[in-house]
Design a protein around this ligand. Structure first.
Ligand code: NAP
Length: 468
């Protein structure tokens, strides 16, 4: 008998009535065999087949919107407006990657030399394993960017569905399979497994038939799987997008501080701060600290609290708050919501304390941030260079691009925000969603935007003699 995965509705605090069977090693083996067969038979090699598939998939997703909505909202506690935004993003992303595939196909080049002709073409790397994130059940999961990027590159995909939204993941899988059936395409183009531990997911990465991986999630999970991918007999590319602190520096010359702080608090509290780009540390000069504390405290108190996505994320969040409290440093400004028992707010510390306590410099996945006060601007450059690689770094002030911190921000993050907020990752060509380790495992590549499909492509040169 298989084990079953239960999903939760954190808004009502209830377990959903349907549970989902965990995949067996036999199920995984079938997926791998079929994916390999689909790859070697060139199932998605033809660009017309690929674009037709992605177009049809778009239509099928739209046709099943209500079903997706019902499962998404029952398994995540996310709202209808959030669903609508994520649904649109999922479709736009799919269309964008389809267009990127067409553009990539046109990149085939040929040089005629005196003694031979050499051409070069992009090819899919092979079957890809995808591990989606808990916080984007559509756009970063089974219908999400990594899967669509790999399809657009011509790769078969096997998804290890996220257990927090197992039903949404299985429905997404059904939509992809229905599309393949309708178009009479190779069934191995897509496979899906569920796991209630790490055995299936780790075996997936270990299998020689898998030629690359996309991962979005925690540092611990990303690095555990990355190490497996690198210690295989044939190491493979493993693209992990992991956690980030997303530091924000408020420069002493900042005007309209209240407005900036309101936007920052909104960015920290939206959907209970469960975003990888949520601002985690705000550096504020002593000259502005009193205003910052009062404004932020008032805004956190006024802002509606959202439930966490899953009881285990809430437990992890509370543990992190406890660790921070245990430093016995700084002053906490928090409120606890009566309905969902979610605490939101911030801790005010001195910059020396931030440098001293490592736990203050580690990600808190939830509606909380560290407000770090500095009176020596020179120290901020020092503190920033000591932080690890980040997905984003923000500088707020009159001329942030002219600040001496700008180059430091560029050296440590994949995206630098000038007088704005880091949440809201637009799916466009100019987006870079990644960053130096440990924000991602390979800072040269992005997980969002057209260029993300390059993670799943390799180039082959073909050389022929004149007259052959
Ligand atoms: P997670 O706990 O790392 O889980 C992601 C996926 O990896 C899940 O399917 C999980 O399976 C699997 N996994 C985790 N550890 C594993 C291991 N040792 N071996 C095999 N499989 C493993 O991530 P999450 O659930 O999304 O938790 C939130 C965290 O992700 C936050 O820290 C946040 O910063 C980060 N995040 C980052 C981004 C980004 O773009 N960089 C986006 C969203 C979230 P199980 O669930 O079965 O354990």
């Amino acid at each position: 008998m298989p084990n079953f995965i239960e999903t939760y509705h954190c808004r009502t605090g209830t377990v959903n009535p349907i549970s989902y069977p965990v995949s067996s090693f036999d199920d995984l083996s079938k997926c791998l065999e079929q994916a390999s067969d689909a790859y070697y038979s060139g199932a998605l090699l033809d660009i017309n087949v690929r674009t037709n598939f992605l177009n049809e998939l778009c239509g099928q997703i739209v046709a099943r919107k209500q079903d997706l909505f019902d499962l998404y909202t029952s398994e995540t506690s996310l709202s209808r407006p959030r669903f609508e935004t994520e649904f649109d993003r999922t479709l736009n992303q799919l269309r964008l990657y389809r267009d990127a595939a067409i553009a990539l196909e046109q990149q085939r080049t040929e040089s005629v030399l005196a003694d031979r002709i050499i051409s070069k073409k992009p090819l899919p790397v092979g079957p890809i394993a995808v591990f989606g994130a808990s916080n984007f059940p559509l756009a970063y999961s089974t219908l999400g960017g990594d899967v669509m990027g790999a399809f657009a590159a011509g790769c078969p995909v096997i998804v290890k569905g996220h257990p927090f939204h197992a039903g949404t993941s299985l429905l997404s899988s059904e939509i992809i399979r229905d599309t393949l059936r309708k178009l009479k395409l190779h069934p191995g183009i897509f496979g899906h497994v569920l796991d209630d531990g790490y055995r299936i997911g780790q075996a997936l990465v270990q299998d020689a038939r898998i030629k690359g991986c996309g991962f979005t999630g925690s540092y611990e999970g990303g690095m555990a799987l990355y190490r497996i991918a690198q210690s295989r007999e044939e190491p493979i590319p493993f693209f992990a997008e992991m956690g980030s602190l997303n530091p924000v520096v408020i420069l002493p010359d900042t005007e309209n501080l209240t407005s900036h702080l309101h936007k920052l608090v909104d960015s920290i509290t939206t959907d209970a701060g469960q975003f990888c780009t949520k601002p985690g540390i705000i550096f504020c000069p002593s000259s502005l600290i009193e205003e910052a504390i009062q404004t932020m405290n008032a805004r956190f108190n006024q802002t509606t609290t959202h439930p966490m996505l899953h009881p285990s994320l809430q437990t992890r969040y509370e543990t992190r708050l406890h660790e921070i409290q245990s430093t016995n440093t700084g002053k906490l400004y928090v409120k606890q919501d009566q309905e969902f028992s979610v605490t939101q707010g911030f801790i005010h510390v001195q910059n020396t304390e931030l440098n001293h306590f490592e736990t203050l410099r580690q990600e808190v996945f939830g509606p909380f941030c560290v407000l770090s006060e500095f009176n020596d601007f020179g120290m901020i450059a020092h503190t920033l260079t000591k932080l690890n690689g980040q997905l984003t770094t923000t500088i707020i002030g009159k001329n942030p691009e002219q600040s001496t911190l700008f180059n430091i921000a560029c050296s440590m993050a994949g995206r630098v925000i000038l007088s704005g907020v880091p949440t809201g990752v637009a799916v466009i060509q100019e987006m870079h969603h990644g960053g130096p380790y440990p924000a991602s495992s390979d800072s040269r590549f992005t997980a969002v935007g057209e260029a993300s499909i390059l993670r799943f492509v390799r180039y082959v040169s073909v050389q022929k003699s004149h007259g052959t």
